[in-house]
Design a protein around this ligand. Structure first.
Ligand code: 5CA
Length: 162
């Protein structure tokens, strides 16, 4: 598939990558990548190599908080509370769409409607390559996880329980 045929949301992610100086290429796939499991099946990798971009809500600030988590991990909200320095609430689908510009199932790690504070799951950095959502429920891009801090202005942290 050529770049010019990307859907508008995937195109925004491709443009955001280019604007930050990355040459990673967004691919729109024939099958669903809506969940980490489906994304892993679509590219033939381990689910731990899928970067889930999860939006939470800071209860005091009302701001979105982004956690880029390994597909194998659950996010410990107490850890996120400590990292963020405020109580954490769930983000509903409308909040996610309003603040990121993308719908759940395709939230990318960059290219959002506004800058979003981000934390990066340290477990993602164990891999040489990972895949992240690219704005739609059937698009991904392959990346070197060591580029995530520069890509998101995020901080590497333990986000899983334990
Ligand atoms: N494209 C795949 C692989 S990158 C993907 O986006 N996976 S995901 O796990 O990051 O996105 C699904 C996540 O959205 C779920 O883990 C869950 O945290 C969140 N989610 C799903 N449904 C809702 C909902 N109704 N309200 C708020 N968050 C939701």
């Amino acid at each position: 598939m050529t770049e010019s045929s990307l859907s508008p949301s995937a195109r925004r992610v491709q443009d955001a990558l280019a604007a930050r100086g990355f040459s990673f290429k967004v691919a729109e796939l024939p099958g669903s990548t809506r969940t980490a499991k489906e994304a892993a099946e679509a590219v033939g990798c381990d689910v731990a190599q899928i970067a889930k971009s999860l939006i939470f809500k800071g209860k005091t600030s009302g701001d979105p908080l982004l956690v880029i988590a390994s597909g194998a991990n659950r996010v410990d909200e107490k850890r996120l509370r400590d990292l963020a320095g405020e109580p954490i609430g769930k983000a509903d689908a409308d909040f996610v769409r309003d603040r990121t510009g993308f719908a759940i199932g395709g939230i990318p790690p960059l290219g959002h409607a506004e800058p979003i504070r981000a934390w990066i799951d340290e477990d993602l950095l164990r891999h040489t390559v990972i895949w992240a959502a690219a704005g739609t429920p059937n698009s991904l891009f392959e990346l070197d996880p060591s580029e995530l801090p520069k890509m998101t202005d995020g901080e590497v942290a333990q986000v899983r329980p334990g």
